[in-house]
Design a protein around this ligand. Structure first.
Ligand code: AMP
Length: 290
């Protein structure tokens, strides 16, 4: 496995492969890799000739009071995971080479960014959209994989690829969970053992919401209340938001008539946890007909 640090060398490598007619798959990450990342890398490996994983803790997507400085950076373990999974290039640029002096262009996806995570983290999606656009410009992948775990992020990426004609196929893969349902996340390692226990409440709340819909509930406010009440049973958890929305537009729903996306964010201690589930229309019809 090659480790490439400079954007120029990365671009030259991709250019050479493209000229040979090979397809390039790409998994962008911030490192501290876990089985969620591993699933993306495995799925990518099956779909392309050459596979690039980037590890870059992107400063522009962190707010001033967020965890940029203390974000985990276990680079040796990350490289081992990439080697195990047959990654061809681990691209590890520095912040200075990605954002040299004079840098000023930002990519925004204003409608998607205005809601949910965008309210809690006002500059987050512009940072994500900008770094993904830059990484696509450097790596020039044919295919890039993202996790459903960060649903809104995946939607923003799909939108910008279409809007800016970037010509990259975006594959969104299911969320990988711990045995007790907690969505895997690099930030889970900040949780104390008691808070790790408490953290399962977020997925339980989403499951309670899903069950309510499958049992025939059609008022979004009622389902939202059920999710909130579930989390309120856990004293260590603080609700940031729960929402029922249209899976395509992310607009909030008042009535459930088809596929619905349940989104939730809570805080446990200082750790923010984010998760979502999509409830397919077919499940609702089958259950409602009973
Ligand atoms: P991150 O390193 O947190 O920026 O995540 C890199 C990619 O991995 C993003 O596309 C995430 O959505 C995806 N990802 C993170 N956690 C999971 C998970 N538990 N299951 C599937 N994909 C994930």
């Amino acid at each position: 496995m090659k480790i490439i640090r400079s954007p120029q060398s990365m671009a030259a490598w991709s250019e050479r492969l493209r000229r040979e007619g090979l397809t390039i798959g790409f998994v962008p990450t911030m490192g501290a890799l876990h089985d969620g990342h591993r699933a993306l890398i495995r799925a990518a490996r099956l779909q392309c000739d050459a596979l690039v994983v980037s590890i870059f803790v992107n400063p522009t997507q962190f707010g001033p009071t967020e965890d940029l400085a203390k974000y985990p950076r276990p680079i040796a373990a990350d490289r081992t995971l990439c080697r195990e999974e047959g990654v061809d290039v681990c691209f590890e640029p520095t912040a200075d080479t990605m954002y040299p002096e004079g840098f000023q262009t930002m990519v925004t996806v204003p409608e998607i960014a205005q809601r949910w995570e965008g309210v809690a983290r006002p500059h987050h999606f512009a940072g994500v959209a900008t770094v993904v656009t830059k990484l696509f410009g450097i790596v020039r992948p044919h295919l890039a994989l993202f996790g459903q775990k960060d649903y809104q992020q995946a939607m923003a990426v799909k939108r910008l690829v279409t809007d800016l004609n970037l010509g990259v196929t975006i594959d969104v893969r299911p969320t990988i969970r711990e045995q007790d349902g907690l969505a895997m996340s690099s930030r889970n390692r900040y949780l104390s053992p008691e808070n790790r226990q408490a953290a399962t409440i977020l997925y339980q709340a989403l499951q309670a919401g899903r069950r309510a819909i499958q049992a025939g509930r059609r008022h979004a406010s009622m389902v939202e209340r059920i999710m909130r009440q579930t989390v309120e049973q856990e004293p260590a958890a603080l609700i940031e938001y729960f929402a029922l929305c249209d899976p395509a537009s992310l607009a909030p729903l008042t009535h459930i008539t088809g596929r619905v996306l349940l989104l939730g964010a809570i805080k446990i201690g200082t750790v923010r946890l984010l998760d979502n589930v999509v409830v397919p229309a077919s499940h609702q019809v089958r259950r409602a007909a009973k």
